[in-house]
Design a protein around this ligand. Structure first.
Ligand code: ADP
Length: 193
């Protein structure tokens, strides 16, 4: 479904990715595991359209998307720092992507509630994100990506800000959600566990 063909990325003199070819199947969760600095985030940035490769092509369902900007790609990214808007409620954070695409308020609200329920936060739409725990904020970040119905969900160390026990739980929950909803995920971590 998502395919990297011979992708090379230079930052100045540094070769961050050298001729990377990979193939992600629909409904699959693929993890990129490796030490800090080996090029995992760079791979994700290329997949999300945040970075143009120096060489090579990216395909999604057989169509070349190498030069397509992030907002025109059917991908969504969950970052390490969840980057939520602190002054907004959980529901407003989740529906933000729909709102900027011009969806009416009632639809934003309804879909935000639905997707919050999917990540185990039903009834949390009106809570301010500052009042939520780290794990709950991470779920809101996940919900914010899921509401866009991405073809591919890109996750960059999404659990690294959580404590060990919560990390294990969220890891299982993400896997469960990915399997039950058949989402395609490219997941980056340096966590060997
Ligand atoms: P990882 O995610 O595996 O930790 P990165 O993809 O972030 O690795 O980085 C790969 C290499 O590219 C590292 O050597 C890093 O220092 C370098 N790098 C990453 N981003 C930039 C940048 N914006 N400018 C210059 N060098 C960068």
């Amino acid at each position: 479904m998502l395919s990297f063909q011979d992708i090379t990325v230079h930052y100045g003199e540094l070769v961050a990715l050298g001729s990377l070819t990979l193939e992600l199947k629909r409904g699959e969760l693929m993890t990129l595991l490796g030490p800090s600095g080996c090029g995992k985030s760079t791979t994700l940035r290329v997949a999300g359209g945040f970075l143009l490769p120096s060489k090579g092509s990216v395909f999604l369902d057989g169509q070349e998307i190498t030069n397509l900007p992030p907002e025109l790609r059917p991908t969504a990214t969950v970052f390490q720092s969840h980057a939520l808007f602190p002054h907004m409620t959980a529901g407003q954070n989740v529906s933000y992507g729909l709102k900027v695409r011009g969806a009416p308020r009632r639809k934003c609200r309804r879909e935000a509630e639905e997707v919050l329920e999917r990540v185990g936060l039903s009834g949390y739409a009106d809570k301010r994100v500052q009042e939520l725990s780290g794990g709950q904020q991470q779920r809101v970040a996940l919900a914010r990506a899921l509401i866009l119905n991405p073809s591919v969900l890109l996750m960059d160390e999404p659990l690294s800000s959580l404590d060990a026990r919560l990390r294990v739980r969220m890891r299982m929950e993400i896997r469960e959600l990915q399997r039950s909803a058949g989402i395609t995920v490219l997941y980056v971590t340096h966590d060997q566990e």
